[in-house]
Design a protein around this ligand. Structure first.
Ligand code: C5P
Length: 309
């Protein structure tokens, strides 16, 4: 095999409970992730000189401060290197394994949808296949956790709860397909800045967060109306304090009849739940004409995790 192409999904957080700041600089989370049908693509082509290279083609407009790194700090490059180190540590003759990673970006950068994590997840799955490493999904998820808090979820996909700093996944019963409208912003929000703002706005001795029962029940029943009412995000106040204009975006979507509206993760992307694709179109039109958004997309969730296409 000389080349393999992998898709990895964006995520939204249906609930995001944030607890106190841990000694390692991360916050304790209790979150429910859902992968949505919006994918980055990574094409991995084998090199035999041990070099790991990356190039990025963007399907979205990248603001100047939203560029994707194309050097060693690119998360997909770090993923390929981490996988190779793991193979060498287990005794494989992998030192000469190299790869060119061509990333096609569709997921907004620094948008709160784990786009960089999707690229890392895609690179892990792609290099695992390309190098014939034969690692199972659970080992890939363990390696993914070393790369970022939500990389394991980008590998797994579907709907899942996350605890710890978000990297420990638990199954969640979710029925049906949900219709989402996604409103992106031209400029991203750096996740660490949003967490710092959260700390400044909140009680430093916050109790450990829990998953909301109403949300879990809505997912188990496949009840979109109940799910819309249960969407929640503890980082939303911090994201809104950094980007006050997002409140208007949320209000426009709700006024257009969305079943629920929430900032995704650390923002600034906002997501809206619709009852049907037609209902989603009404919300999307209202957002595109009235709110300060870069792009308005209609999509569905849950979607599969990182997979070879
Ligand atoms: O894990 P990841 O690299 O995605 O995290 C990016 C940053 O987001 C961290 O450096 C930290 O500032 C913040 N973060 C956090 N608590 C988490 C996850 C992320 O404070 N559970």
């Amino acid at each position: 095999m000389t080349s393999v192409t992998v898709h990895a999904p964006a995520k939204i957080n249906l609930s995001l409970g944030v607890g106190g700041l841990r000694d390692d600089g991360f916050h304790t989370l209790a979150t429910v992730y859902q992968a949505i049908d919006l994918h980055d693509e990574v094409r991995a082509t084998r090199r035999d000189d041990g070099h790991i290279g990356v190039s990025v083609v963007s399907e979205i407009d990248l603001a100047e401060d939203n560029h994707v790194p194309v050097g060693d700090d690119n998360l997909a490059v770090r993923a390929a290197r981490h996988l190779r180190d793991h193979l060498i540590a287990r005794g494989d003759d992998a030192a000469g394994f190299g790869v060119d990673l061509a990333i096609r970006k569709v997921i907004p950068v620094a948008g709160g949808m784990a786009g960089g994590s999707a690229d890392a997840a895609a690179a892990l799955v792609a290099c695992n296949a390309l190098w014939g490493a034969g690692l199972d999904r659970s080992t890939l998820e363990t390696l993914a956790a070393d790369l970022g808090s939500d990389v394991p979820f980008a590998v797994r996909g579907g709907t899942a709860a996350g605890s710890g700093r978000g990297e420990t996944l638990h199954p969640v019963l979710a029925r049906g397909v949900f219709h989402w409208v996604v409103a992106t912003s031209a400029a991203g929000l750096p996740t660490p800045e949003v967490f710092r703002t959260f700390d400044a706005l909140s009680d430093a001795h916050a109790a450990d967060p829990v998953l909301p029962d109403a949300l879990l029940e809505a997912l188990a029943a496949g009840d979109a109306e109940a799910l819309g009412a249960a969407l929640t995000n503890d980082l939303q106040a911090a994201a809104l304090s950094l980007r006050p204009g997002l409140q208007r975006t949320l209000d426009v979507g709700l006024a257009a009849g969305a079943l629920g509206a929430v900032v995704s993760g650390s923002g600034p992307t906002c997501v809206f739940l619709a009852a049907s694709p037609e209902h989603g179109l009404d919300i999307a039109v209202a957002l595109a004409s009235a709110a300060d958004t870069a792009d308005v997309l209609q999509t569905t969730g849950p979607a599969a995790g990182a997979e070879v296409v």
